[in-house]
Design a protein around this ligand. Structure first.
Ligand SMILES: *[C@@H]1O[C@H](CO)[C@@H](O)[C@H](O)[C@H]1NC(C)=O
Ligand SMILES: *[C@@H]1O[C@H](CO)[C@@H](O)[C@H](O)[C@H]1NC(C)=O
Ligand SMILES: *[C@@H]1O[C@H](CO)[C@@H](O)[C@H](O)[C@H]1NC(C)=O
Ligand SMILES: *[C@@H]1O[C@H](CO)[C@@H](O)[C@H](O)[C@H]1NC(C)=O
Ligand SMILES: [Cu+2]
Length: 654
């Protein structure tokens, strides 16, 4: 079967997307607790009891796209099913005897499909268990206790340590070493505000031992006063009032959600966090569900700090690949994090030893009525008649929060009645703070790499780059990427007083190189279209990317963090679908060398025209901390939108 024919077949199959109703986990459903336990049993059997493996990643081994689509398209009511469901498999990365092992487990056959020892650079995601063990080590480490005493800090129970990934700075050889820095709570829960600056430890995560220690300088410990953020301790107390209950206007079946004309699936992964898949919109005119997004998730969240001093230069975090946006998801508070009529879904990840751990209320799903207008018109020109038509906008939100030590990332996927999908992110929580002797900017003679946000406290400059993976299947699997450039045209006709106007010149990207885009350089609109489908008017059926905030990287290209974060070199990239190209920073990110990034994949310069393509888009926030971001930061929010563009024959929500 040639590629074009395969694509055509896929497009036919995909026309009939619908959802299988069943309670057994299927398709994109995340691993259930019993499946995680099964993985644990099967994998542990492979290792001698004195070399128990650490489970650094346990997740769904995604079924092949062709399998998922043909399963989805089969009639859910037909029994028996016309095609067999995609196999349930788990992908596992364990660390054992200083090696990373990749294991695929067949969950129904309860057997191992394949195992492989990873030979390349970098290490897997840190586990919560490893972090907890490592951050306890300083408490019984004599040199550290001496450093505390030197600073007049005598109560060990007030010490709180954090694990920081080290990055890679050109070393020829690396081992799995993580830096530990500590804080002294003593009277505040906001320990991030009280770093014991100048002191750091290095822990080998494979041996779980301190292998290095530095105590380079002493600065004042910032004070506890003014760091409180709990309502119960602040006056006046500011508890939000619960809203009135209206009852959900949506249905959730397992992980499948339908609301109005939208159907989609909400998945979970310990690394990616939420995964939205199989999003389709019911077109009333065409009387069918039309696919839009096969799969969307945050592939990486890169946070390079901009302080080049000895104690801070390495702080260039990859929150998905190094820490795991999913395992760090927080339980949502009913009535506060989400409105009163929200529904909740739990999530499960594997702990260090492979045991399932529940995150209760990990997702909330709710209708949002923010008082916005979907569309309106007042017609006052007709004699003796005043027409006003308004439709208020109500959207459906899928919300999660990932709390990575100090920072909280609110990630919303929002569906609108008019066919848009918005990805909203809110950055909040506590800044990464550095202690200093300064209390007044007047005293400062050299760059402090941030803002003095309180006495003895610097909020360090940094960026947040969120790279989304968007496998768009706009009305079918085969899509193209179109740049519609705006060009100024001079009017030649002397009889016309106007001298110029702008027009749209569209260009279809043929290969990956044509689709590497820095936004803002050239006025343009970016679209994913289905070149095989047209509206009645002959326009290509498409979805447009409406970008959100951007912050192009300012590090030099040969700086090590930028080599590892090279996927931010462009705001937009397009690649042909490849199941193993999932993580833009690479599969192994801790101490990675940038040899498995989106920038490397894109070098193949593959054909992307009329193919199954994936759009990679980076939303960027440049963050110069303000005093208002202390002691806790009001959410800084941004969003981008995938907006139907000639997808429907007319406004779908009359
Ligand atoms: C710790 O708290 C106690 C009691 O409030 C106070 O007396 C002491 O000075 C504090 N120590 C530091 C280092 O802040
Ligand atoms: C900060 O102030 C303390 C106390 O005055 C002093 O011992 C220390 O050397 C100062 N640190 C720096 C880096 O200037
Ligand atoms: C963050 O706050 C802004 C208002 O300042 C709001 O529009 C946005 O929805 C909030 N973001 C989230 C994710 O709640
Ligand atoms: C799919 O991606 C992997 C990882 O980048 C690569 O090794 C493989 O060659 C790719 N396959 C194709 C067909 O491009
Ligand atoms: Cu920030």
């Amino acid at each position: 079967m040639d590629a074009t024919m395969k694509v055509t077949l896929l497009s036919i199959v995909v026309l009939f997307w619908s959802f299988a109703e069943c309670s057994d986990p299927l398709g994109f459903d995340p691993l259930t607790p019993s499946e995680i336990s099964r993985v644990q049993t099967i994998v542990q059997k492979e290792y001698p009891t004195n070399h128990k493996p650490t489970f650094n990643y346990v997740g769904l081994e995604e079924p092949d796209k062709v399998k998922i689509l043909s399963w989805q398209s089969s009639n859910p009511k037909a029994k028996p099913k016309p095609s067999s469901p995609p196999p349930r498999r788990a992908f596992v990365i364990v660390r054992s005897q200083k090696q990373s092992h990749e294991i695929i487990v067949d969950l129904s056959k309860r057997s191992i499909v394949s195992t492989k020892v990873y030979q390349g650079n970098g290490y897997p995601t840190l586990t919560l268990g490893e972090i907890e063990e490592a951050t306890q080590l300083p408490l019984s480490y004599e040199p550290f206790k001496k450093s505390l005493r030197k600073r007049g800090l005598h109560d060990l129970s007030q010490v709180q340590c954090i694990a920081f990934t080290l990055g890679w700075f050109g070393e020829a050889k690396t081992s799995r070493i993580v830096k530990i820095k500590c804080h002294y709570r003593n009277g505040t829960v906001n320990f991030h505000a009280r770093p014991v600056e100048g002191v750091e430890m290095f822990v080998d995560f494979d041996d779980m031992k301190i292998v290095g220690y530095n105590d380079r300088y002493v600065v004042a410990l910032p004070k506890a006063e003014g760091t409180e953020y709990r309502a119960s301790k602040l006056k006046p107390p500011s508890a939000p009032k619960p809203k009135q209950d209206h009852g959900p206007g949506f249905t959730i079946d397992g992980h499948s959600v339908s609301w109005g004309r939208w159907n989609f699936h909400v998945g979970y992964d310990s690394r990616a966090g939420p995964i939205i898949s199989l999003a389709s919109y019911y077109d009333v005119q065409k009387q069918k569900h039309r696919p839009v997004l096969y799969k969307g998730f945050v592939s990486e969240l890169f946070v390079p700090y901009q302080d080049p001093t000895e104690e801070w230069y390495y702080k260039t975090f990859f929150d998905s690949g190094e820490y795991g946006l999913g395992q760090f998801m927080s339980s949502l508070q009913p009535f506060i994090d989400c409105p009163s009529d929200a529904s909740f879904i739990d999530a499960y990840y594997a702990s260090s030893d492979g045991t399932p751990v529940e995150i209760p209320n990990a997702f909330c799903i709710f209708e949002k009525d923010a008082g916005d207008i979907m569309w309106r018109h007042t017609e006052a020109a007709i004699p003796n008649e005043l027409i006003t038509e308004t439709r208020s906008d109500k959207t459906l939100v899928v919300r999660t929060v990932s709390t990575l030590a100090n920072y909280d990332y609110i990630t919303d996927w929002e569906f609108t009645p008019s066919g848009s999908i918005k990805a909203v992110v809110g950055l909040t929580g506590i800044l990464a703070l550095k202690a200093t002797n300064y209390t007044d900017t007047e005293e400062i003679k050299k760059d402090i790499y941030g803002t003095l946000v309180a006495d003895n406290t610097i909020g360090v400059n940094h960026d947040h780059f969120l790279t989304y993976s968007l496998d768009m299947d706009v009305d079918g699997v085969a899509n193209s990427f179109v740049k519609s450039n705006f060009e100024t045209v001079r009017v030649k006709d002397r009889n016309i007083p106007r001298k110029s106007y702008w027009t749209v010149v569209s260009e279809t990207a043929k290969t990956e190189a044509d689709a590497r885009i820095k936004l803002g350089l050239k006025p343009s609109e970016l679209l994913v279209v289905n070149p095989n489908k047209k509206t009645k008017q002959g326009n290509k059926i498409g979805y447009r990317l409406l970008p959100g905030p951007m912050a192009q990287p300012l590090l030099v290209g040969d700086d090590f963090p930028q080599i590892r974060g090279a996927f931010t070199n462009y705001d937009v990239w397009v690649t042909p679908y490849n199941k193993s190209e999932k993580w833009v920073a690479g599969l192994y990110v801790d101490r990675s060398r940038g040899d498995d990034t989106l920038a490397v994949w894109s070098q193949r310069n593959r054909n992307i025209e009329n193919r199954d393509i994936v759009l990679w888009y980076t939303m960027g926030f440049r963050h110069v901390p303000r005093q208002e971001d202390f002691p806790v930061m009001p959410n800084l929010s941004g969003y981008f939108e995938m907006r139907p563009t000639n997808f429907f024959e007319s406004n779908p929500v009359l």
